[in-house]
Design a protein around this ligand. Sequence first.
Ligand SMILES: Cc1cc2nc3c(=O)[nH]c(=O)nc-3n(C[C@H](O)[C@H](O)[C@H](O)COP(=O)(O)O)c2cc1C
Length: 391
Amino acid sequence: MFENMNIVIGVTGGIAAYKVCGLISYLKKEGANVDVIMTNNSTKFITPLTLEVLSGNKVIVDMFDRPDHIDVEHISLARKADLFLVVPATANIIGKVASGIADDMLSTTIMATKAPVVFAPAMNNGMYENPIVQDNIKRLTKYGYKFIGPISGHLACGYNATGAGGTSERIDNVRKITNSSSGKLGCTIANTILEEIDDVKIYYICSKNTVKPNSKSIKIIEVEGVSDLKNNVEFLLKNDNIDFFIHSMAVSDYTTDYVTTLDKLKKSFENTGDFNLVEKINGSKISSNENNLVIVLKQTPKVISIIKDVSPTTFLVGFKLLDGVSKNELISVGRKLMNKNSCDMVVANDLSDIRSGNHIAYLIDKDDNVSTANGKDDIAKKLVRRFKYER
Ligand SMILES: Cc1cc2nc3c(=O)[nH]c(=O)nc-3n(C[C@H](O)[C@H](O)[C@H](O)COP(=O)(O)O)c2cc1C
């Protein structure tokens, strides 16, 4: 369909700029000749070199960069184009062209071309729904410019869910078993997301007594035990579009099955030849006169295993904590967690590193890349950098 067509692609400064790589490769495969004009701002998102390699043509950014031949490039590309695509199209380029502004190579060439021009707007809902942007689109449509999309998808501004602290399981009405997770890593990750990604909303699922970030963009959901956590996670994933789920909460592996005393067990054995598990203390506060309590624990359901089942498109980050193992073993167990639960990334760390205050962690992704982070800030920054790339 595109064989021998001259297609000029204008790239502007939006988070979706990297997606133009796939488009250029596709058009080249279909036999088109592709020239690329980038705005200055778009070069902050993707390099001209990448697009030069993919398109096989020199990429133009600066209008006043004198070419080594006499063509005035905006005129020559404007004339050469059979089709002009602006991918992604920022609110800015749409506004500029709608207002007749031609102050850089891209807007000037669009103004000069007689080829059909198709814009692919990509921006957050707030920007796209702004009546000024909508008026500009209507105005350009009236002049014969075409628009593709946008369809909704993962935006830079999305919903994240972060877990922090440890769950706790009740022994009786006043006593609980928990773990020593501080929740500080989850809190650092939430704060880093807020610092680095605009307009993001975070659901912060955490234990009652853990550290909590403080922002209007964060909705705190306090949970106690694993079943409470599981219900909240399921509800959230079913009722909201969660782009990223950072499963950093330290979830109890065991919950109380029943509580009894050694004496009760002994008596039961003497009388029946078996441990009578019915003789248990349940619910109400166990008297402090009871001695030699026996608490039988059973395994809890794995909350991480339900996340992709309920929401397959959510980017899932799992966490693995081991104690006193080698780096190789840590990474290998991290990979197993990833495969078992379809995680997109796993952060694997060893308790001995956390205790020593270094907090070294290995960030493993689905392509088997492993990057080392040193410290909670570094772990959070590396994760958030990855989220930005994934959007
Ligand atoms: C991280 C980041 C992401 C952005 N993403 C978008 C976007 O998706 N859509 C958009 O219209 N503007 C986006 N902007 C704002 C544009 O980059 C800004 O309006 C710029 O002036 C556009 O310039 P250009 O149209 O000349 O490339 C983003 C800015 C930043 C810093």
